[in-house]
Design a binder for this molecule. Sequence first.
Ligand code: ATP
Ligand code: MG
Length: 561
Amino acid sequence: MKQSKTFIPTLKEVPSDAVVTSHVLMLRSGMIRPLGAGIYSFLPSGYRVVRKISQIIREEMDAIGGQEFHLPALNPREIWEETNRVEAFGDNLFHLKNRDYVLAPTHEEIITFHARKVVSSYKDLPQIWYQIQTKFRNEPRPRSGVIRGRQFLMKDSYSLDSSYENLNLSYELHDKAYRKIFDRCGLKYFVVGASSGAMGGTGSEEFMIKSEAGEDTVAYCEACGYAANVEVANSRVNPKERDSESKLVYEISTPNVKSIDELCTFLNIDESQCAKSRIYISDNKPVLVLMLGNDEVNETKLEKILGNVRPAHPDELKEITGADAGSIGPVAFNGKIIVDLRLKNSNNMFSGANKNDYHIGGIDFQRDVVNHEYHDLRIIKAGEGCPKCEKNLEVFSAIELGHIFKLGTKYSDAMGALFLDESGKEHPIVMGSYGIGVERVMACFIEQHHDEKGIKWNKLLAPFDIHLIALNMKNELIAKTAEEIYNNLKQSGFEVLFDDRIDAGAGFKFNDADLIGLPLQVIVGEKKLKENKVEVKNRQTNERVDVELSSLIEYLVRSKE
Ligand code: ATP
Ligand code: MG
């Protein structure tokens, strides 16, 4: 393609609203333009990359027996009501003014709708159905370019099976396909155990890249490879040891003492002697959650035990406990109490007295706290022990490329998608759901492959194979030679971007080429042409070599392999 006739509007300056590297480089290299918050248009060179990633995904999905669908983005709302997910998605779901319709944020319901109609017997199973299609989510803070769009392209696939054993096989197939996809895309990724969130289900893993721009936080053990989203991560931490003697409970006046740190200073004690209280509302009832010292509550872990919860509002606390935040505690608390494992059976602890400006000491959980149960509820911290080996955990930000879920029968139960087994007995279809964000893969590749000048595409994702740069199109020999090279390269099957712009100077062209970042640049300039040579620059290494004109095609064909 001739650059003089192609719309690749590169930018010299960094756009002011872009902070994440991939966002900056996609704007600057002329691949995308914003249309609104979290809404992007893909321009021709950007869309070429989208198509290449989609094709890699398509090939690997076909290789595991996937069948490509194209489902509507416009969905009757009543189908979403069948699984209660209009409520579960809340403000994240785009409703139309015509309240009968929603814009689909994912397609479990629609797949289940079709499965309900067409699958009747175990003989119809297994199935893997997939599509590469636009999704809509009203993301509250879209700020990382296409990494978090309000409209984005997702490969979503769904497995339909007759048993959990068979679901495991479909899940394994997807796991393998995902590894191939991300390997072919040239991404350095890792896989973490994850929470299933609003999707429901029995098991799930996320494919992640390490990145400062990430909104997920993961725990990772370099030594044994343990990796988990902090939402579900565990660590090796010491429990509070039980003192040999339990003191009696006693009340202490603690004026204006609210936080654990203030309590420690006031009483000259260690935070490991304190039980911190948090009140949550679950099923319209209050639940008191107790943590050791300054440990934080992991709400994902809590929701695994209680279902949906929310923190109690400050004005609810007094009514529930008789005190405000900072003075709440387990003794004589009227309601369910859930205690973190680190506090198991501890004694001689300090906590709030359910009376403003008072605390209680000498608390023995076995003796003084009624109606409680123990669970792992902590948010783990960097440097804590790995749960799988003797080493310690790192904690860092990451971006999720893809997610695989074992859904089980959540959707088939809710929507009545049933099949008959060999003996004619009816069962719900056992389902899995598997997503990859196509534009997010593209942005993540750029996060991992760039330098200060621009992007460094690999051969498979690059919008074009070769950037042919004629340094001075006003020079007849350069123009003629470049044109010949262009035609020869095209004939040899290369996708070529030919910088044939007449008025652009050499420096400008070099900067644009490094910014756009095609794997190879073929530079046609006066000096080298005198020796019948051109320069070939490898954008990965930024190395340049002189190549004889007569062997150029052969050289480039070889470097493509
Ligand atoms: P996140 O936690 O980042 O919001 P998610 O858990 O909501 O992701 P899924 O519902 O599992 O994501 O969607 C499957 C894939 O779709 C994700 O792994 C991600 O690659 C992509 N994706 C999800 N939300 C967006 C978005 N707003 N913009 C671009 N891609 C997205
Ligand atoms: Mg999301």
